[in-house]
Ligand binder design. Structure first.
Ligand SMILES: [Ca+2]
Ligand SMILES: [Ca+2]
Length: 297
């Protein structure tokens, strides 16, 4: 269990270090965040975490994403992607409406096999995009989406110069996927990712892609947290930075409130139930033993 806890701790630490991401094209570390596109036309950036995720585990991933400050003149958006593309950590799609994920015949190829969540800020009619910013689940590098999150978000503008909270949860037991944006559920469904998308493979490369086109915005993401929970009888519980440990949780890993500089990351503080008797319990037990001993003599 201690080894598992240590492994979990490592995963949490990885999230606070931008050095754990491979970036290429226009992507580059930017403090605790990673820039994906420049605030320029025809920019494209990709960032992949260096550790693969195992879809046999329950995943809970959370990031902050920034999609720019230009609405009418902004484009194109960000995708969060998990893939097993033969190009590995070099996999990319096209700029523009491809968002670095799909293939629009502008260089690159679609990333596949894959599943992605797009945060699309530019309407492309041939991709069935609505006139406002939207979120959709994409598969195998195809940007066209028959449906998207829209009903409650008409008029949604993600290019508002604000960070937006993105959370994705995956449960292999019931194959459920849930995506939240700023606390609201924007996608909820079931999909056999392991077999229907990844052909039985469970290890996937994961990260972000983004691009601009004729219109553009600065776009980046910031590291938040990752909790990986093996589907096992004794679950682990991972909490946000600075969170108060929940009473009753068997094992809790807590990160410091503020992400420290990369080279001074402290050890993860572990809170565990005491396995040995306390001093008070020992004293009581010893007294009882002495009394029993005295009465026998
Ligand atoms: Ca679009
Ligand atoms: Ca917009």
């Amino acid at each position: 269990m201690r080894r598992t806890l240590f492994t979990l701790g490592c995963l949490l630490v990885w999230l606070v270090s931008s050095a754990q991401y491979r970036t290429f094209k226009d992507a580059a570390p930017m403090g605790d965040c990673i820039r994906l596109t420049l605030d320029e036309p025809y920019s494209e950036g990709i960032a992949y975490n260096t550790a693969r995720l195992d879809l046999n585990n329950t995943l809970d991933i959370e990031f902050e994403i920034y999609l720019g400050n230009k609405d009418d003149l902004g484009a194109d958006g960000i995708t969060f992607v998990m893939h097993n593309d033969p190009r590995g950590f070099e996999a990319s799609g096209s700029y523009g409406e491809g968002m670095g994920y799909g293939n629009m015949g502008r260089g690159g190829s679609w990333i596949a096999p894959s599943v992605a969540v797009e945060f699309d800020t530019y309407q492309n009619y041939n991709q069935n995009d609505p006139s406002y910013d939207h979120v959709a689940l994409l598969v195998n590098g195809v940007n066209l989406h028959p449906g998207q999150w829209k009903e409650e978000a008409k008029g949604l503008n993600l290019e508002d110069d604000q960070l937006h909270n993105f959370r994705l949860r995956w449960n292999p037991t019931d194959q459920s996927i849930r995506v939240n944006l700023d606390g609201r559920t924007v996608y909820q469904g079931k999909k056999d990712l392991i077999n229907a998308v990844f052909g039985g493979n469970t290890k996937v490369i994961w990260g972000f892609t983004a691009s601009t086109g004729r219109k553009y915005n600065l776009q980046y993401f910031c590291l938040k947290r990752l909790a990986v929970k093996p589907v096992a009888p004794r679950p682990l519980v991972a909490e946000k930075r600075g969170a108060t440990p929940k009473i009753g949780a068997e094992r809790i890993a807590v990160l410091p409130k503020t992400a420290p500089p990369e080279k001074t990351i402290p050890k993860i503080a572990a809170v565990e139930k005491p396995l040995l008797p306390t001093r008070a319990q020992e004293a009581t037990t010893n007294t009882a033993v002495r009394k029993r001993g005295a009465s026998q003599h």
